[in-house]
Structure formats: C-alpha cells, structure tokens
Ligand binder design. Structure first.
Ligand code: TXA
Ligand code: MG
Length: 315
C-alpha cells in the first residue's frame, strides 16, 4: 500500500510523531534530499528502515537533530564541532564525532543505526518541516536518503512516493529540495578533520572556518572513506558518458552552460543551480533515454560533489 503524502500542518506533524513513536517510517523533506526517517533509538525501527531501503546493514546512518544541544548529547562536542556547527548549521554539513560518554544505551542512537561504530554522524537539517518534526518528536531521527539503495536520491515527495512509497507509513511533502545534493560529511574523529563525502557545502568554506586544509580521499588513515560510499551508488538505468565534448548518435545531452540542449543543469553555468537540478534531471533523462552524454562540469566548489555523484552514476 502506498503511504499517504501529507502537506505539512500541525495535524500532519502529530500523525508523523505518532508513527515514529510506534517504530514506523516517515519520509521527511530536508534542504538536501528527502530522508526516510525513524526513531534513532529503536533498533527494530532501524532494522525496518534498512529493509525498506534494501541497504546493506553495515552502512551507518546520519542522526538528524533539532539543535546543538541534541547533537552534543550524542556526539563528543569539541571546539571544531562547535565552530563548524556555528557556521553551517542548520545546513548541508554532517559531522562525524566520537560517541558521547553516556550516549550508549536506552534513549540514545541505537547501535544498529551506528552500524556498531563508536562514532556517530550528526546533522541539523535546514528545513522547517524536518526541524519541527524532530523537535516535536523530541529526539534524533536517523534518515538515509529516501531512495532504494543504489538508486538516485529523491528531491521531491513525488520521487519518494514513486520509488519506495509502498515501504513506509507516511510521506511529508515539503516541496522540492533547495540544495538537491546530500550533505558534505566531515569527520572530526582523527587528528585532523577529514572530508568523507563531498556534498552540498563547498569544502573550501569549511576549510576557511577551520583555518586549515581537510584531509581528503584517503590522504591518510585518518580519512577512511565513508562506509556507505559504495561505488555504484546513484545508478540510473541509462549509461552515462561524462565530460562529453560532443553528442553521439543515440545519446541525449545533459548540458551545463550555454547550449541548445533541452535539459540543462544550469544554462548560466551556476554550480549551485546545477547541484539542485542534478538528481531531478538525471531521473527525467533516465526515463526517456538509454544513453546520456554529460557536459563537463568544473571540478571546484560544488562541482566536486556533482562530479563525484556523476562518476558513481556512470559506473
Ligand atoms: O543530505 C544528507 O546527508 C541526506 C539527508 C536525508 O540528510 N542523508 C543521506 O544519508 O545522504 P545516507 O544514509 O544516504 O548517507 C549517509 C552517509 C553514508 O555514506 C554513511 O556511510 C555515512 O553517511 N556515515 C554515517 N555514519 C558514519 C560514521 N559514523 N562514520 C563515517 N561515515 C558515516
Ligand atoms: Mg543515499
């Protein structure tokens, strides 16, 4: 049965909270992508969530919090975390921290949600519906992107309903996602802060707040790649050819910058606009084409995250 899609209202939020307390699954809008949320502290709810996604259960989840206080109960809150949260929360930045002393056991993020790790990923999303839901619920919600494992992340309630609407209890419709790419993940666990996943926040902005470079892509043992960064992760059915300088027979173009192409990530060459269009346009082309040529995207700023997702989709 398809889950009902509800417009946000006091009543809808109340229903969502009831579903969450009962261990059910609620799809919620965030500024990055839609998340499939459940009570982080209920192992059984988390197990149901993994099953709904068809996700390998060794993949840890992000705990979404309403404020810094809620985050600091779960993760060991140091200077770097405080600085980054101050600068970028609520927003598309996930912080990986050592689990806070006393945050293991009843009421805290379950072991299963952390995939048994002694670290935890935390994020305060910048979407009023998500924030109200988490506040009303009164505790962290774990929420992976609300797509079946290995498929394109959803940036609208309609995507969620179409992809896995039969595997959850309720969908809250908060409109299209403003950022359109998952959060940037930074680990503060090792000696130096490390970029685990490029995403909706430009790493250069993080570096300027930290006053130093982030470790990147296996620079050292301090920067293990995010366990969930499976190679083929954002897979459309169509074949993708990246950095395409031309369009070959049978291909449709996903353009960037000035072009006559019907589908353009950003005709003015804005990486922000391209990020917010990426998943929606990939989906749209995937429905109509077998071969997609993708125009070159500059590998800087948000382009780093866009190219990361495109490379994964192209495998
Ligand atoms: O924007 C986002 O981050 C979205 C919205 C819904 O918040 N969520 C999202 O969740 O992208 P998901 O589950 O699709 O990706 C979470 C990533 C995975 O790659 C996972 O391995 C990583 O976060 N992660 C979670 N906990 C971690 C930890 N303790 N250490 C390292 N990586 C972790
Ligand atoms: Mg995902």
């Amino acid at each position: 049965m398809l889950a009902p899609v509800l417009q946000p209202s006091v009543e809808a939020l109340g229903r969502a909270v009831d579903v969450l307390r009962a261990g059910g699954l609620v799809a919620m809008p965030t500024e990055t992508v839609y998340g499939l949320g459940c009570d982080a502290s209920q192992g059984e709810a988390v197990a149901r969530l993994y099953a709904a996604k068809g996700r390998p259960s060794f993949n840890p989840l992000i705990a979404h919090v309403a404020d810094v206080e809620m985050a600091a109960r779960e993760g060991r809150w140091g200077d770097a975390a405080a600085k980054l949260a101050d600068a970028f929360w609520p927003g598309p930045l996930t912080l990986v921290l050592p689990v806070a002393d006393g945050a293991i056991g009843a009421g805290s993020v379950s072991d299963l949600a952390r995939a048994g790790l002694s670290t935890i990923a935390l994020r305060q999303p910048d979407h009023p519906v998500a924030l109200e839901l988490i506040s009303a619920f009164g505790g962290p919600l774990v929420a992976p992107s609300a797509n079946p494992s290995g498929r394109i992340s959803p940036t609208s309630a309609a995507h969620v309903a179409a992809d896995i609407g039969d595997k959850m209890d309720l969908i809250l419709d908060g409109g299209p996602c403003r950022v359109g790419l998952e959060s940037t993940i930074v680990s503060l666990v090792g000696e130096r802060p490390a970029l685990l996943r490029p995403g909706g926040l430009d790493p250069a902005q993080i570096e300027s707040v930290l006053g130093g470079q982030l470790l990147k892509g296996g620079d050292s043992v301090d920067a293990p790649s995010s366990p969930g960064q499976l190679l083929r992760h954002y897979a459309p059915r169509a074949a993708l050819r990246l950095d395409a300088q031309d369009v070959r027979e049978g291909e449709v173009l996903l353009a960037f910058g000035p072009s006559d192409a019907k589908v353009n990530l950003s005709s003015v060459g804005s990486l922000t606009e391209a990020a917010s269009n990426l998943f929606t346009m990939l989906r749209e082309l995937d429905r109509t084409a077998d071969f997609i040529a993708v125009a070159p995207i500059p590998d800087k700023g948000l382009g780093l995250a866009i190219n990361d997702r495109l490379r994964r989709a192209a495998r």
